[in-house]
Write a protein that binds this ligand. Structure first.
Ligand SMILES: [Zn+2]
Ligand SMILES: [Zn+2]
Length: 142
């Protein structure tokens, strides 16, 4: 039995599921995530793209790519953010906030050098990204 988690946008027009287990979970502090989310930090869950299935309202999903690394997606009806495709990593970030059924277990903070909200939770703080995701792999102190 594969675990399946339901999610939706802010208004509910866009419905989707993710199945299996996330490839990673954590917090991104980068300037792009902060500006786009209008929040101090983005809680991410990363999945192989085929784990995500849009079950309703795919026609309402719009996308914007400021850089080729991140295709940010939201619902055209409510403006609620839902996913970011990361083609370079071969993963899709389904925001933790839109997956209420998934137990969010963050393992890492990324882009911590850009943080505006220091969080002392004992988790590793990557200066940018882990090496396997194309970053420096450098850890910062809390
Ligand atoms: Zn919506
Ligand atoms: Zn980010």
């Amino acid at each position: 039995m594969t675990d399946v988690y339901q999610g939706s946008c802010f208004c509910g027009a866009v419905q989707f599921t993710v199945s299996g287990a996330p490839a990673g979970m954590g917090y991104c502090h980068c300037d792009s995530c902060r500006r786009w989310s209008a929040g101090p930090v983005n809680a991410f869950t990363l999945w192989p793209p085929d784990a995500l299935r849009i079950t309703r309202g795919a026609e309402h999903v719009a996308a914007y790519a400021k850089t080729p690394n991140s295709h940010r997606k939201w619902c055209k009806q409510c403006g609620g953010h839902v996913f970011t495709d990361h083609p370079g990593m071969g993963l899709v970030d389904v925001y933790a906030a839109v997956l209420p059924e998934l137990a969010f277990e963050p393992g890492v903070h990324v882009h911590y050098q850009e943080s505006r909200l220091p969080i002392r939770d004992g988790l590793p703080k990557m200066k940018d990204l882990p090496k396997e995701m194309g970053g420096s792999g450098v850890l910062l102190p809390e």
